[in-house]
Design a protein around this ligand. Structure first.
Ligand SMILES: NC(=O)c1ccc[n+]([C@@H]2O[C@H](COP(=O)([O-])OP(=O)(O)OC[C@H]3O[C@@H](n4cnc5c(N)ncnc54)[C@H](OP(=O)(O)O)[C@@H]3O)[C@@H](O)[C@H]2O)c1
Length: 203
């Protein structure tokens, strides 16, 4: 199976690549290494797909959104959040539907803040919830047995450690990666997999 991973060098992306590359051909993409793509730029996504040709799965572990209190969010913060994590992933699906083989899959990233917000998470919570709504509905429209799902991680252990916070409540990146692998190798579609415990069970 030929799998394109956008965000392959990130905390979650690197763990996903490690999990997949033992059994599959993995094409790593990002802004600054591997195959180059800026997912906030539609033309850049189109160029990436033209370059790689047919793939069997696309995984996205990239996407930034602002973390700032509601009344401090500038227009630019909101625009970048929507163009990046939301429209970047939406366009990976819209533009990628033609290059996926029959029955192929898209696996996107949302996040627990969609349903468990924190002060300052408005932009990220909004974007994550939009991705989850997109996945549930887009699955109904995709042709040729194409599938689309999202993984919704809680805090990742390595991310908490990098922030200088207590890593213990976090889920190891390797466990989060297991949910992405389930989406790629399984037959589910229109699902959002919450990752609270590392078990990666779908709700
Ligand atoms: N880590 C957590 O605790 C956590 C929890 C819940 C949800 N999530 C979500 O999971 C996803 C991955 O998180 P992460 O912590 O693994 O992120 P990360 O460590 O910051 O890595 C992000 C990856 O995406 C690439 N990237 C960033 N912007 C890009 C763009 N515009 N176009 C293409 N590639 C881009 C980065 O490489 P370049 O800089 O080279 O492009 C990098 O490989 C994000 O959507 C995040 O919101 C993370």
């Amino acid at each position: 199976v030929r799998i394109l991973v956008v965000g392959a060098t990130g905390t979650i992306g690197a763990a996903v690549v490690r999990s997949l590359e033992t059994r599959h051909e993995v094409l790593a993409a990002g802004r600054s290494s591997g195959l180059r793509v800026d997912m906030s730029d539609r033309d850049s996504i189109a160029s990436l797909y033209a370059h790689v040709g047919q793939v069997d799965a696309v995984v996205c572990t990239a996407g930034h959104a602002a973390f700032r209190p509601l009344l401090e969010l500038a227009d630019e913060d909101l625009r970048r959040s929507l163009d990046g994590k939301l429209m970047g992933q939406v366009n990976l699906v819209r533009l990628g539907a033609d290059v996926l083989s029959d029955g192929g899959s898209f696996t996107l990233s949302s996040g627990l803040l969609s349903r468990q917000p924190l002060p300052g998470s408005t932009a990220l919570s909004m974007v994550n919830a939009a991705i989850e709504g997109f996945v549930r509905a887009a699955a109904l429209d995709l042709p040729r047995g194409l599938r689309v799902n999202a993984v919704s991680p809680s805090w990742v252990r390595e991310t908490l450690a990098a922030m200088g916070r207590d890593p213990d409540p976090g889920v190891p990146a390797a466990a989060v990666a297991g949910s992405y692998v389930k989406c790629v190798e399984g037959d589910m579609t229109g699902q959002v997999l919450d990752v609270f415990t590392g078990a990666g069970d779908a709700d």
